[in-house]
Design a protein around this ligand. Structure first.
Ligand SMILES: [Zn+2]
Length: 457
């Protein structure tokens, strides 16, 4: 890659600083990092040899960080049930019959969708993740791969810690650090205590974070109390899960204040998934209380089956609306805080705050250009009536992303994926899904149409 300057009408370098550059530019170094961010005229004068790409009618901002997602193939086919019944009826039987080629095709489509809508980093909890690693390598997304590990007699059809460790050895740090592999855990209920301890030990040994779901629904909390006599965060603490190198928890809808204190003390990050939480009727996470406690909160779409798309701009708007609606407070979670959650706060939740999440010298050149000459962005005001942040949160959609750059490489240009043939990725999924569903139906027919009773786990 060659050193280059990206110039745009508007640059939002660091959402936390709540300031914009008008006619700004970003110097992208040959090694894929950011060299400088400044007024366009000043940067062009300082670097006369660097070619300039002038992005007219565009806003440049940090690439978005999807802090919790699952590659998947069930879009629009797993509807109308709350989370635990939904898992038993649709999701777990699919996992029992999923094949590596299905999983890889799902990741390729998922990463393409993410890049096209402005996501540059994705935390993906999924299966057979050698395929996901190849997908991330080829498509160019910055990936955090988290195997769906379960080590429990009733859930012996997921990934294992042996496999997780092998994936770390094979892929962690690949593509100059663009591919990360963490330690995964489907849920506390899906692992026996010895496996939970191994998970935390692996995380510490390799210096990689651990990611799991917690406090998602009221059932989750009640069942944890029934089994262990404590609420989920205390159970995670008791089993040693919070002793991992770093922990990212998805959902956290039902938290008591003492659990929030534990998360803050332990430096745990939280992935907030408002659309999934509304769609599965899970609840509304206490985001403001988490932020007030100093906890890094990122935004996640969850998977295609919970959302049903991976558009983080839509997630930003929904996070804002859910906070306002659930607190009956039109001022709840202001637009700048939401922009931070999708960028720098998300990066900190992942433990990657030093390398991604804002456009600053030394960080990876992960950025997106959003079209501004659109009805959705009009009027666009930068003076005393500044509305750019409100437009980004409440008006823009992922389809408005025109250019996506990850580590200095342009992977979406003119709204078109540059690193794969999108039609081929779609055709492949459409070819694999009917046989996958047929295998799931056969499995359900052979097993009386149901999987294990949750209460018997
Ligand atoms: Zn999830």
């Amino acid at each position: 890659m060659q050193r280059q300057l990206l110039r745009a009408d508007l640059v939002l370098p660091v959402p936390a600083r709540r300031s914009l550059l008008v006619d700004g530019a970003v110097l992208v170094e040959a090694d894929g990092t950011i060299g400088a961010v400044d007024d366009a005229a000043r940067l062009i004068a300082a670097h006369p040899d660097a070619p300039v790409r002038h992005l007219r009618d565009r806003l440049l901002m940090p690439g978005l960080i999807n802090a919790h997602c699952h590659s998947g193939l069930l879009r629009g086919t797993a509807e109308g049930l709350p989370v635990w019944e939904w898992l038993q009826r649709f999701i777990d039987p699919m996992h029992r019959v999923l094949r590596p080629e299905d999983a890889e095709a799902a990741s390729r489509l998922c990463y393409a969708e993410a890049l096209l809508s402005g996501t540059t980093t994705i935390v993906d909890m999924w299966r057979f993740m050698d395929g996901s690693a190849r997908a991330a390598r080829d498509l160019g997304i910055r990936a955090v791969l988290v195997p769906y590990v379960a080590e429990h007699p009733d859930h012996d059809y997921f990934e294992t810690y042996d496999g997780n460790e092998a994936l770390i050895a094979a892929w962690h740090g690949a593509e100059r650090g663009r591919i990360n592999v963490w330690v995964g855990l489907e849920h506390l209920f899906y692992a026996v205590p010895a496996a939970l301890q191994r998970a935390a030990a692996l995380s510490r040994h390799y210096g990689v974070p651990l990611h799991t779901h917690s406090n998602e629904s009221r059932f989750d909390v009640e069942e944890t109390l029934r089994r262990y006599g404590v609420r989920p965060v205390r159970a995670l603490e008791r089993f040693g899960v919070l002793d991992a190198h770093h922990v990212l928890l998805a959902h956290c809808c039902w938290l008591w204040p003492d659990e929030i204190s534990v998360l803050a003390e332990r430096g745990v990050g939280v992935a907030h998934n408002p659309i999934s939480n509304m769609k599965l009727a899970s609840g509304a996470a206490p985001v403001q209380a988490l932020l007030d406690a100093g906890i890094a909160v990122g935004l996640g779409t969850d998977g295609e089956k919970e959302n049903n798309n991976l558009d983080l701009f839509e997630e930003m708007k929904t996070a804002s609306l859910l906070a306002k609606f659930s607190q009956l407070d039109a001022a709840a979670l202001d637009a700048w805080s939401i922009c931070e959650m999708a960028t720098s706060s998300g990066a900190r939740a992942l433990g990657l705050g030093a390398s991604i999440g804002s456009l600053e010298a030394g960080k990876a050149a992960d950025l997106i250009a959003v079209r501004t000459k659109t009805p959705r962005m009009t009027p666009l005001l930068t003076g005393p009536d500044l509305n750019v942040h409100h437009n980004l949160v409440h008006a823009v959609q992922g389809a408005d992303v025109d250019l996506t750059m990850v580590g200095g490489r342009i992977v979406v240009d003119g709204g078109v994926l540059q690193t794969a043939d999108l039609a081929e990725l779609i055709d492949r999924v459409n070819e694999l899904v009917p046989p996958l569903f047929a295998r799931r139906s056969a499995w359900l027919a052979d097993h009386g149409g149901a999987v294990s009773e949750i209460g018997a786990v």
